[in-house]
Design a protein around this ligand. Structure first.
Ligand code: NAP
Length: 277
């Protein structure tokens, strides 16, 4: 009797830095699932042929990372609404009928992390202030909008990228100039850094934070270091600070569930695996 062992992985280039294999292997082992999750360095030129071959090799799906997250949309047979809205996919499901389904779970990961780190978070509590307008910002804004946040203030160094978000997401997006980024925090209920500022090896985070008030929910997508200067100051000012590692964990859970048939837990043990890796 032949038993099919499900295979999954992550495709990107470079891919060696990805923490996804550590996490998925932890979950596979923890739940006693016979399956494998492997990193695969795939060049842009090979993407199409690799995508055609993987399902035939026993793969049930893959995560997609830099630089293929946008290109992959054009190669998938089905694209979820949220992946289309965000303009990128991070999770592929190889369906039994041969079709490749592209999804984006970054937004879900962001919201689940926020709800876990700030259980009383209420989308209707007031405006959200989002720093940055790159790929991660798109996922965050789409998710905040879907949750019912009525006003989303956006500030980005390159203003035109923030304006483009307004054109796509509509009038609930209010663009603030980058030099006034600190000012848009005034009266916000949720504040999110989606820029790479404050990340190890990147520029320092220097946005003025005087407008932060106790009780505001503040999240940083940067998770190296785990406690960024932005989060440390937010915490010192009495805000509820939510680090970015949980987003990485939560965005991985839906893919694992679809491929291996079990919803994995995002808890201390899973966090510890990423922190140690
Ligand atoms: P991206 O598309 O390259 O966007 C980078 C953003 O950072 C842009 O808004 C960019 O502004 C801004 N930025 C970069 N350097 C800056 C500087 N010196 N001054 C002001 N703004 C600057 O990258 P991304 O994919 O959105 O990722 C952004 C960050 O989120 C990264 O640190 C990434 O690791 C993190 N992230 C975390 C998770 C998670 O699971 N926690 C998920 C996704 C991303 P311009 O438009 O002006 O260049």
């Amino acid at each position: 009797m032949s038993e099919k062992i499900p295979l999954a992985g992550v495709i990107g280039s470079p891919v060696a830095h990805s923490k996804s294999p550590l996490l998925h292997r932890h979950w596979l082992e923890r739940y006693g699932i016979r399956g494998y999750y492997v990193p695969m360095d795939v060049a842009q030129v090979d993407l199409k042929s690799v995508l055609a071959a993987l399902p035939r090799m026993g793969f049930v799906g893959v995560n997609v990372t830099i630089p293929h997250k946008e290109t992959i949309l054009g190669l998938a047979d089905l694209v979820s609404d949220r992946a289309a809205l965000i303009g990128a996919a991070n999770t592929l499901i190889f369906r039994a009928d041969g079709k490749v389904h592209a999804d984006n779970t970054d937004g879900i990961g962001f919201i689940e992390n926020l709800r876990q780190g700030a259980p009383g978070w209420d989308p209707a509590a007031g405006p959200a202030a989002v720093l940055g307008a790159g790929g991660a910002a798109r996922a965050v804004i789409a998710a905040l909008s879907e949750q019912g946040v009525r006003e989303i203030r956006v500030s980005n160094r390159t203003r035109s990228r923030a304006e483009a978000l307004r054109a796509e997401f509509g009038p609930k997006i209010v663009v603030h100039d980058w030099v006034q980024a600190g000012g848009m925090i005034e009266g916000a209920a949720t504040v999110v850094n989606t820029t790479s500022l404050g990340m190890v090896g990147k520029s320092e985070f220097r946005v003025p934070l005087d407008a932060l008030r106790p009780g505001m929910v503040v999240s940083d997508l940067v998770y190296t270091p785990l406690e960024t200067a932005f989060l440390a100051e937010a915490r010192a000012r009495g805000c509820i600070a939510v680090d970015g590692l949980g987003m990485l964990l939560h965005q991985a859970a839906p893919g694992f569930e679809r491929w291996f048939g079990r919803r994995p837990e995002v808890d201390h043990a899973a966090r510890a695996v990423l922190l140690a890796g």
